[in-house]
Design a protein around this ligand. Structure first.
Ligand code: SF4
Length: 82
């Protein structure tokens, strides 16, 4: 079966399982005081999933993996979507 390849999606939606697994492991290590709430994390990731600047799991505005960056309470979207 062919792997899914999408230019316009989050890591969770394309063939980047290893990267996503690594990101999840790094998120677990973030101190609670620095971590966004689950609700806020999901809200942010949902906005990124619909954003015109996402490509293959990477934000083209800041070069981050939004699924990682969104986990930090004090991080911000470079175009102020969250
Ligand atoms: S961080 Fe902002 S600009 Fe980047 S993909 Fe997410 S919503 Fe879009």
């Amino acid at each position: 079966m062919d792997k899914k390849f999408c230019l316009h999606c989050l890591l969770r939606d394309c063939d980047r399982e290893d990267t996503l697994k690594s990101i999840k492991e790094h998120i677990k290590k973030i101190a609670d005081r620095d971590k966004a709430s689950d609700t806020e994390y999901k809200r942010r990731v949902a906005l990124c999933a619909e954003c015109e600047h996402i490509s293959q799991g990477t934000c083209l505005k800041c070069g981050c993996y939004p699924e990682f960056k969104a986990a930090f309470k004090k991080q911000k979207c470079p175009v102020k979507k969250w």
